[in-house]
Design a protein around this ligand. Structure first.
Ligand code: SF4
Length: 318
């Protein structure tokens, strides 16, 4: 059996707020192999971006373990963490605000290499141009500033910068959400090409299920800080079990979804992630909720082979 590149176990991230404790990430476990992509899907506020930042240790976890290449990221020394960080990178949603407007493309892409001081200036220059070629950015833009480029090109700069230290793992946090649909496809294809060439593992975070199918090997669906369904990408699109995932999929305008199927509109209030009540967090919006759903937190169980669901009555929805 392959040892995963990243193994996350019972990860929690709670924030202290005036009303109590906000459970942004609550008992989340998953693993990713080298060169694979885990799609993380859910509405805004479900904790998916926080999860990405905690995995990279940009935010301190409250509890749980993050084993990266055999090392627990939550316990390593500062110097080791610095080394690990160069292997674990992030691409942000908004290429407009994630780039420093005062830095040229050259300065932006070369900065991480200058900080780590592992390459000579001449080698850095060579590498910047190589990276521009890899991400499909014409070399003539090397002295341009971000405001002189369109959104797609700006995201290509963000990707080149993330690749500059030869990472093994990248958290892609809604990397195409701020882009036009035609540009989205180009950036997705670029990420797929980079992965197949360099064997990089991705966590691909998105609120939009239609963009995640082709890039992901496995998908986790999050609701209020918890994983409610985890399965291979292909299977999720043909067989969703959790009522929340069914509602999300019913809204996806892609040909693989049965178009005769009616869109499921979620009613009811989203429960508060602050001091969450016992029971299923989806219960206030679930058409199938009954007494047990409000009383007990459902187990995360394997309902079909390698298909895990957090619902007391999952068997009824297969
Ligand atoms: Fe719905 Fe109950 Fe299942 Fe939660 S546990 S998803 S409320 S049926």
């Amino acid at each position: 059996m392959t040892t995963p590149l990243l193994q996350v176990e019972n990860l929690k991230k709670y924030f202290e707020v005036p009303q109590g404790q906000l459970h942004a990430v609550d008992d989340v476990s998953f693993s990713i192999n080298t060169g694979e992509t885990l799609g993380v899907v859910g509405e805004s506020g479900c904790g998916k971006s926080t999860l990405g930042r905690v995995v990279l240790h940009l935010l301190e976890s409250t509890d749980g373990t993050i084993i990266y290449n055999g090392e627990d990221v939550t316990r390593v020394s500062a110097s080791k963490l610095k080394n690990l960080r160069s292997k674990m990178q992030i691409i942000f949603q908004d290429p407009y605000s994630s780039l420093d407007p005062r830095m040229t493309i050259y300065q932006t892409i070369s900065e991480p290499m200058l900080i780590t001081k592992k390459l000579s200036r001449e080698d850095i220059k060579k590498r910047v141009f190589e990276l521009m070629d890899v991400v499909g950015l014409a070399r003539r833009f090397v002295n341009a500033y971000p405001h002189e480029l369109d959104g797609g090109r700006r995201q290509r700069i963000g990707i080149a910068r993330a690749l500059s230290l030869e990472p093994e793992f990248i958290v892609c946090d809604e990397p195409v959400s701020a882009l036009d649909v035609s540009i989205q496809a180009q950036i997705l294809n670029l990420l797929i090409d980079i992965q197949s060439e360099m064997g990089i593992a991705y966590i691909f975070i998105t609120h939009d299920l239609s963009v995640v199918k082709h890039i992901s090997n496995n998908i986790i669906v999050m609701y209020l800080g918890q994983i409610v369904e985890k399965v291979a990408s292909e299977e999720l699109f043909s067989k969703q079990i959790h009522p929340y995932t069914k509602a999300l999929l019913s809204a996806v305008p892609v040909p693989v979804v049965d178009h005769n199927k009616e869109r499921i509109l979620l009613k009811g209030e989203i429960s508060s992630p602050v001091n969450p009540k016992p029971g299923c967090r989806f219960a206030p919006r679930c058409d199938y909720a009954r007494d047990a759903c409000f009383a007990e937190n459902p187990e995360f169980r394997e309902i079909l082979p390698e298909h895990f669901v957090k619902c007391h009555f999952a068997e009824e929805f297969v």
